[in-house]
Design a protein around this ligand. Structure first.
Ligand code: GLP
Length: 240
C-alpha cells in the first residue's frame, strides 16, 4: 500500500487524476471504476480539463460505477447516474453506452446485481478503481457488517451514511434508506485501486482503515490486503 499525505485538496485531485490518466494512456480501452461524492469532484474536473485540451482520450474507455441509490432513476438529480453525467460524462468524449451505473429501479434487483457482477467479469475485471470513503469506513455503499460482502448487493444504509449524505438533499427525510453497491469482490479484484479522502472529519476513519486491524466493521480496511492500492489523503478541504 502506498499512503500519500498531501497538503491540499487540489494536489490530491491532480495526483488521483494523473494515476487514472496514466492508465488510460497505457491502455486506451481500459475499464475504470468510478465513485461519487464530493471528494472526486476535483479529480473529475482535472480529467475534463486534460480531455478538453486533447491530452486524454476517453473514446475507448469503459466505466463502471460503484453504486446507486435504490429507487432513484437516472432523471432524478440525486441519482448517481445523474451525478456522473453532469460531473464527468457530459464533458468528456466517453461513449455513454460504455458507462455503467447500477440500475436502482430494476424490477428484479437481485438479477440486476448478478448481471452487474457478470458484466464486470466479462470485461476481464476493473483495471483501475477510484474510491472515496464514508465517515463509517464504507467504500461504495459497503457498510460496516459482520463480514465483507463479496457480490454486488442491495444494502440498507447506516444512519451515519444517511446523515452524511443528507447535505446533498433538501431534507434528511428525502435521502433513500437503501442502495445497490458493487461488492468487495469486484473492488478487490480491480487491478489497481486509488482511494482519496480529504478533511479533518475523515482523519480518524483513515487511521482506523489503513493503520488499524482488518475488520468488516471498517469496510475500507480490507484494502490493506490489495496488492496495488494508493491512498491519497489531505486534511484540507477544497479552496473555494
Ligand atoms: C457516498 C458514496 C461513496 C463515497 C462516500 C464519501 O456514500 N456511496 O462512494 O465514497 O459517500 O463521500 P464524500 O466524498 O462526499 O465524503
Amino acid at each position: 500500500m502506498r499512503y500519500i499525505k498531501v497538503d491540499s485538496y487540489e494536489i490530491m485531485s491532480r495526483k488521483a487524476a494523473a494515476i487514472i490518466a496514466a492508465e488510460i494512456v497505457r491502455k486506451p480501452n481500459c475499464v475504470i471504476g468510478l465513485a461519487t461524492g464530493s471528494t472526486p469532484l476535483g479529480t473529475y474536473a482535472q480529467l475534463i480539463e486534460w480531455n478538453k485540451k486533447g491530452d486524454l482520450d476517453f473514446s475507448e474507455v469503459t466505466s463502471v460505477n460503484l453504486d446507486e441509490y435504490y429507487g432513484l432513476d437516472a432523471s432524478n438529480d440525486q441519482s448517481y447516474r445523474y451525478f456522473m453525467n453532469t460531473n464527468l460524462f457530459d464533458h468528456i468524449n466517453i461513449d455513454k453506452a460504455n458507462t455503467y451505473v447500477p440500475n436502482g429501479i430494476a424490477d428484479d434487483i437481485d438479477a440486476e446485481c448478478a448481471a452487474y457482477d457478470k458484466r464486470i467479469e466479462d470485461f476481464g475485471g476493473i483495471d483501475i478503481q477510484l474510491l472515496g470513503i464514508g465517515p463509517d469506513g464504507h467504500i461504495g455503499f459497503n457498510e460496516p457488517d459482520t463480514c465483507f460482502v463479496k457480490p454486488t448487493h442491495k444494502v440498507t444504509l447506516d444512519a451515519s451514511t444517511i446523515e452524511a449524505n443528507s447535505r446533498f438533499f433538501n431534507d434528511i427525510s428525502e435521502v433513500p434508506t437503501s442502495a445497490v453497491t458493487m461488492g468487495m469482490g469486484a473492488i478487490m479484484g480491480a487491478k489497481k485501486v486509488i482511494l482519496i479522502a480529504n478533511g479533518l472529519n475523515k482523519k480518524e476513519i483513515m487511521e482506523k482503515a489503513f493503520f488499524g486491524p482488518i475488520d468488516p466493521q471498517v469496510p475500507a480496511s480490507i484494502l490493506q490486503l490489495h496488492p496495488d492500492v494508493t491512498v491519497i489523503y489531505t486534511e484540507k478541504n477544497p479552496v473555494k
